[in-house]
Ligand binder design. Structure first.
Ligand code: CMX
Length: 430
């Protein structure tokens, strides 16, 4: 793990010094206040943790290490992992070293396949994926070295080692789960000549005569890699990792957060929404039919999947990147056309309804339609794709947190009775 390891090793002392100086000189400076609405409201907007890999700005969207995601759309996921970890894009030699390193670690232990094959056939693919990550925990270098008395300054080094082992194997595992779950036939061996994203596409076995499916997978892996620290999966991973549970435990926990319909499962729900519409109207609905369908869904108490966001207040730039890809590669595809029409109509419907703070599409509103176009139609599987990509961000965050010696997460919870008496006393909740 030469270059990435060396780069991090050269950066970490300065990061520690900066963090220590900030805490020493400004440790008591207030950066956030919390009111009762936020305490009951998922802590939305409360600034209480640090994440340097990426920032989600309400008006810009995802910015990775200072670079807006739209400017990174043509980069390989391996480059993005290097960027997430170090704050710099790799030069050609560093990229090559990282790719070779991942290739050398890609062999999945046989026991992983034994466990997956023993699972009930109707297990959700994400359950299989999270299980596969967890079962490899027996090989954790972090846990082995911790039990031997590893020094705190060395935590990041074995977190990096575990992360590289994981990231190298995830495409093979995820593709194997796809073949198994969809009964598509035997697993397809990795092609060591391909980059990480293209090899994943190859192992899925989706016919790709034009090479555009491989391009889509690279783009997918790049766009979903990270979304700062407070989203459900990142925060779950962060919290478990903060107890010094090793990266296998932490990343598996993060994946379980992705299973929720309000988070990672949303892309599956989005495609369902689009396909329901196509079935009902026997093709692409008229604008009026689409508007009415959306209103009916809202009136029945359901959300419009793929629209709204806890932080964003604009069209998600990841949606825009996928939209550009679809407009280039499959502009006439029926499902893509419905997605594009929803984008023209639903924001106004949501604005008129007046509930969602963000009436604009997030990435999940579109990603499924492109996968569907290429014949990856098993949308139960889509969260796994998300999970392969998001492992890059989770691992980068873990490595940095172990480098900085981030302590165990332990926010203070308060009871409703305490809030009631605080409110009645006329004081602002602390
Ligand atoms: N359709 C209908 N109503 C919506 C809505 C949507 N797409 N998005 C938000 N609302 C509603 C909320 O349900 C809430 O209603 P109540 O007051 O009745 O509870 C109200 O608008 C205010 O919600 P908000 O503050 O705008 O949104 P939240 O931060 O609470 O939730 C999110 C954010 C993403 C969960 C929500 O917008 C949603 O459910 N969207 C649809 C699902 C989705 O696309 N999820 C993927 C998000 C990406 C990710 O994080 O993975």
């Amino acid at each position: 793990m030469a270059k990435l390891y060396e780069k991090l090793a050269s950066q970490i002392p300065a990061l520690r010094t900066e963090m220590q100086a900030l805490v020493k000189e400004h440790g008591n400076k207030v950066i956030s206040e919390v009111n009762i609405g936020q305490a009951f409201g998922g802590m939305r907007g409360v600034k209480g943790m640090v994440c340097d890999t990426s920032v989600v700005d309400p008006d810009t969207g995802l910015v990775i290490r200072g670079i807006p995601i739209g400017q990174l759309a043509n980069r390989l996921p391996e480059e993005i992992f290097y960027l997430l970890c170090t704050g710099e894009l790799p030069d050609a030699a560093s990229l090559r070293t990282l790719q070779e390193d991942l290739r050398n670690r890609a062999q999945v232990p046989a026991y992983v396949w034994d466990v997956l094959e023993a699972m009930p056939k109707d297990s959700h693919p994400l359950t299989m994926y999270s299980t596969a990550i967890l079962v490899m925990e027996r090989d954790s270098e972090f846990r082995r070295r911790y039990s031997e008395g590893m020094r705190k300054e060395e935590y990041w080094d074995s977190a990096l080692e575990d992360s590289l082992q994981l990231i190298a194997k995830l495409p093979t595992i995820a593709a194997g789960i796809y073949r198994m779950h969809t009964r598509k036939g035997n697993r397809i061996p990795s092609n060591p000549k391909l980059d990480w994203g293209a090899d994943y596409a190859h192992m899925l076995g989706i016919p790709d005569p034009t090479g555009e499916f491989a391009n889509l997978m690279r783009l997918y892996m790049t766009l979903h890699c990270d979304h700062e620290g407070g989203n459900v999966s990142a925060f779950a991973c962060h919290t478990v990792g903060s107890a010094l549970s090793d990266p296998y435990y932490a990343v598996s926990a993060g994946m379980n957060g992705l299973a929720g319909p309000l988070h990672g499962l949303a892309n599956q729900e989005c495609l369902n929404f689009v396909l329901e519409m196509r079935e009902k109207f026997h093709g692409v609905p008229s604008d009026e039919q689409l508007r009415q369908f959306s209103w009916d869904r809202l009136k029945s108490g359901h959300v419009i999947p793929g629209y709204g966001h806890a932080v964003l207040r604009i069209t998600d730039p990841r949606f825009t990147a996928f939209h550009e890809f679809g407009a280039r590669v499959c502009p006439k595809d029926e499902v893509f056309s419905i997605v594009a029409n929803i984008f023209r109509i639903v924001p106004d419907v949501l604005k008129e309804q007046g509930k969602a703070k963000d009436p604009w599409p997030n990435v999940d509103a579109i990603s499924g339609s492109l996968l569907y176009h290429f014949g990856l139609t098993e949308f139960e599987y889509y969260t796994v794709l998300f999970g392969v990509s998001r492992a890059l961000g989770m691992c980068a965050q873990l490595i940095i947190n172990r480098a900085l010696g981030t302590p165990i997460t332990r926010p203070k919870s308060i009871s409703t009775a305490w809030l009631r008496s605080t409110a009645n006393a006329g004081r602002t909740a602390a």
